[in-house]
Write a protein that binds this ligand. Structure first.
Ligand SMILES: [Zn+2]
Length: 232
């Protein structure tokens, strides 16, 4: 799913990320007050909602869990993640694009959470629990390649989006929801997610190695965004 392109908007319009939060069902009072006054933002939110609903309808979490239980080979769309106690600060820093003209530092990754029937955007300090289904979006100002890794509390590293990918997913500029998602298992601890973007093609194996070794994930010309969450 590729999200609709953000339309040109006025100076008083809220940041795109706030519109996305509203589209996922969050209550953002400033946006709620703005929408009735702004046709452009309202249309964008409606478009986002329609896309999200269509996506969730087409790929309900339950279906992926079922597929997983059947142990289908290779590309199981959902991954059951173990505990994560990997350190790293919880950060899901989402800055309006206008504030980061250099590159997309700090605004690369956003994670949407489906818990029961409710879809929301994960934020710093949120906690995760068993059964949570996560989808990963990247927002970039240039086309390139993106991948998301997970490290659990045992230090086990899984490529979660696209699942088991050996090379990163090609993305256009703008916001792209990456292929596949993850459903969390019952293990408690800390879950760490690392998103990596590169304008050039990206080999995933070295990144997995770095994360397994407990190192920071780096690569030449890459943008890296880390988010971690407690799972009490
Ligand atoms: Zn507006």
């Amino acid at each position: 799913m590729t999200l609709p392109t953000l339309p040109a908007r006025g100076e008083q319009c809220p940041p795109a990320v706030e519109l996305e939060r509203v589209a996922t069902g969050e209550d953002v009072p400033a946006v709620a007050a703005h929408l009735p006054t702004c046709e452009t933002c309202r249309a964008y939110v409606e478009q986002l909602q329609a896309e999200t609903q269509a996506f969730m309808k087409a790929r309900p979490a339950e279906r992926f869990v079922t597929q997983l239980q059947r142990r289908k080979p290779s590309r199981t769309p959902f991954v059951v993640l173990g505990v994560a106690l990997a350190a790293a600060l919880a950060l899901l820093v989402v800055l309006p694009r206008e504030q980061s003209p250099v590159l997309f530092k700090g605004s690369l990754l956003s994670i949407s959470l489906k818990r029961g029937d409710v879809v929301s955007t994960l934020r710093e300090g949120d906690t995760l629990r068993e059964g949570d289904a996560l989808r990963f979006s990247v927002k970039t100002e240039r086309p390139g390649n993106a991948v998301v890794l997970n490290r659990d509390g045992r230090g086990k590293v899984t490529v979660v989006a696209p699942f088991n990918a050996t090379s990163a997913q090609v993305v256009k500029e703008g916001t792209t929801v990456l292929e596949d998602s993850a459903v969390l298992d019952a293990t408690k601890g800390r879950e760490t997610f690392v998103a990596v973007f590169s304008e050039k093609s990206l080999e995933v194996a070295p990144l997995v190695g770095q994360l397994e070794a407990g190192q920071s994930v780096t690569c030449a010309g890459c943008v890296v965004d880390v988010a971690s969450f407690d799972k009490p």
